[in-house]
Write a protein that binds this ligand. Sequence first.
Ligand code: SG7
Ligand code: ZN
Length: 260
Amino acid sequence: INSSGTDFDYKDTCKWAKEFPMCGEKFQSPINIKIPNLESLGELPPLKWNGYENAPTTMTLVNSGHSITLTGQWDDNNIPYITDGPLTDAYIFEQLHFHWGPNDSVGSEHKMNGNSFPLEMHMVHFKKEYETFSNAVKYSDGLTVVGLFFDISPMGSEALTAILGGVSAVSSSKDPFELDPFELSSFNVAIAAVQFATYAGSLTTPPCSQSVIWILPINTLNVSSKQMKKFRNIELNHGDTHNYRPTQPLNGRSIHIFTQ
Ligand code: SG7
Ligand code: ZN
């Protein structure tokens, strides 16, 4: 952690709270999801993905030093957003990024029944009512993040290929890299008709704002060992070799389950 107080590393995440007090609050993320303990949310409408079939006009990949982040620019009315499920309003797509570790036995932030996955992808959205991402972070229902787990499979993931095509350009550089734009629907198509877990938590990095409705499909997508190698080649700040925060105490929160 540097003297400016705006940076952090993954070597001792317990120290985050000294500089970023919200990281020490009670309802933090990630958590371990214990499947047998889940409560049913009952008659929830299915989660709805809108506009994910629209390719953006430009798409940018950047190495933030803590992850690689993908953003896009869509024409008005074409911006992807999610509704329904546990959500009370439209949540507009902001960016997606990844969490990984030095080997296949670690990497994901959330755990399922105590198990880690080698890769977790976060699709970050902000509540339309709050107009901007930075404003939405101030509210307990300001953001929703859909987290997708990936498990090792020789076939790998077609959807990741487009992103990883640009990864070598950002592995050792902070310069943004323009990707050939593609639609994000391959990810939500891959998780169609599955169960989801949802709970209220936080950003998993400083400032750890407790502003996130987490949505986690209880199934995995595929990533190949070759694709994982590309993630592990990405140079993170401070020589970090992983970018997952350890699981945090549930502190009485309930986790609900619903189907799409
Ligand atoms: C990743 O996770 C990044 C961050 C993100 C953070 O390190 O992609 O995004 C940027 C633009 O650096 O921080 C505020 C924010 O979205 C935490 O997001 S997460 O809780 O979904 N893991
Ligand atoms: Zn994340």
